[in-house]
Design a protein around this ligand. Structure first.
Ligand code: 4AD
Ligand code: MG
Length: 435
């Protein structure tokens, strides 16, 4: 009689509830150790790695010969009995009764001690590594927890075009695209196409790529990164900061609580995520300049806070830090004027602890069409190009605020990764567009 069995996952075996039972598994050969009388196969699927063992009597001489010539990353399915075995990694071994080799792999190019460059050239294969698998599973949690929080708070998820005709943030960072004989750009931010949508839905967000022609080769810059942008009506600067700290805290807790095994394998202390709670620390830009100057940094009021300043401000900090009210010269034309200090806008950057840098840029938005036109004229840009964007301020202009989270930056901090490219399946940087 043929047993009607279902495939289970390696993780089910490792949980320990399958001991003594006959199970069916399928996956890839992670490692293989060949001895005369038995072959140990470390079988991998998305949920983990388990030791399995094939012996000629159990699987048949012919099949055993095939097992003997199998290389790592071959694809197999098997039926076997689970035995507790303290010598096996994970504490269990599956004794194979039947095995089918579904695909004989060629010699796998990735072996131990290869250069970062080589691994990145082989990203399409390297993502099977335990490290990248764990990172990618956490990435899923980061993205889905953001959606969960925002939906729970009554936000609608929406979309926006990636081809745009106007600049969103800074001209120097635009990628130009040839578009039927015209020049258009890849969007640097979805904000400008998100704001009009809040007049329909009040609370909206987009999770999409943003493109920045960043020439800087740093650990923090991708040319294509994932940007979570949130826009909320009836919301002032205070409300905006509260939204940001609640969202980030929710995401950190979700990862800490729902990805325990992956964090453990990556060696990340869950506590660093669990202690993220509102309220975050706060400082004005002007105060931040004072702190940097008193630490001996050569920086004047009006200059942007760059890497060195970020280190001074956050290296010893345990909490996230909001920097509020930046000078108009270094921020964008759509931001709300700060009446208390008219040199500045009502905006914020959120800096991560330990020098990981800026995670969020946000602001209350200007609601007065004329003030936006004045700002554009001041920076020498043509208000005519932004007609549609300014238009929304002419029909029921509502107080609103919003922000953009660099999802890859946030993950880099969460997992203490060395480089931002380590958190994304196929990174795009100045020097990398393959694979
Ligand atoms: O501060 P930015 O430029 O803000 C905006 O684009 C606003 N329009 C967002 C909004 O209010 N809707 O970018 C937002 C965040 C930064 O704080 C940073 O975390 C991330 O995007 N970011 C990058 N991440 C990776 N690689 C890059 N090159 C990035 N540039 C910005
Ligand atoms: Mg910014």
């Amino acid at each position: 009689m043929v047993l009607r069995m279902k495939y289970i996952h390696v993780g089910d075996v490792l949980k320990g509830e399958m001991e003594g039972k006959t199970v069916m598994l399928r996956g890839w050969v992670h490692r293989i150790r060949k001895q005369k009388k038995m072959v140990f196969i470390l079988l991998r699927d998305p949920t983990g790695v388990v030791q399995t063992v094939a012996k000629p009597k159990a699987v048949g001489e012919d099949v055993y010969a095939d097992v003997q010539r199998m290389l790592i990353e071959s694809l197999v399915s098997m039926k076997g009995t689970v035995k507790a075995d303290p010598r096996a990694e994970g504490g269990f071994e599956v004794q194979i009764e039947e095995i089918r080799i579904l695909h004989f792999a060629e010699e796998f190019p990735i072996t131990e001690n290869q250069s970062t460059e080589f691994l990145n050239d082989n990203r399409h294969l390297w993502m099977r590594s335990r490290k990248l698998t764990n990172v990618l599973k956490i990435r899923d949690e980061v993205f889905s927890s953001a959606r969960e929080y925002l939906r729970k708070e009554g936000f609608y998820e929406t979309t926006s075009p990636m081809f745009v005709s106007t600049m969103g943030e800074e001209g120097a960072e635009l990628f130009e695209v040839e578009y039927f004989g015209r020049k258009v750009y890849l969007t640097q931010t979805s904000q400008m196409h998100l704001e009009p949508q809040l007049f329909a839905m009040e609370k909206v967000f987009i999770l999409a790529p943003s493109f920045r022609a960043e020439k800087s080769r740093t650990r923090k810059h991708l040319t294509e990164y994932w940007h979570l942008e949130v826009e909320e009506a009836w919301c002032d600067h205070e409300c905006n900061l509260k939204r940001q700290e609640e969202l980030i805290s929710f995401m950190c807790h979700s990862v800490a609580n729902n990805r325990v095994d992956e964090l453990t394998e990556l060696g990340v202390d869950r506590d660093r995520l669990l202690v993220v709670n509102p309220p975050f620390d706060r400082m004005t830009y002007t105060e931040a300049i004072d702190v940097c100057q008193s630490e001996g940094l050569k920086i004047e009021w009006g200059e942007d806070l760059r890497t060195e300043a970020e280190h001074i401000l956050t290296d010893d900090r345990e909490k996230f830090l909001f920097i509020e009210y930046y000078p108009k010269e270094i921020k964008s034309f759509y931001m709300k004027n700060n009446e208390d200090d008219p040199r500045t806008y009502k905006n914020d950057d959120l800096l991560a602890p330990q020098g990981y840098g800026e995670m969020i840029g946000g602001s209350e938005r200007e609601t007065d069409a004329q003030l936006i036109i004045d700002n554009l004229n001041r920076i020498g840009d043509d208000p005519e190009k932004y007609k549609w964007y300014i238009d929304i301020r002419r029909y029921g202009s509502v107080q609103h605020s919003g922000f953009g989270v660099g999802m890859d930056r946030l993950m880099t901090w969460m997992l203490e990764l060395e480089h931002i490219r380590d958190c994304i399946p196929f990174p795009r940087t100045v020097s990398r567009i393959y694979p």
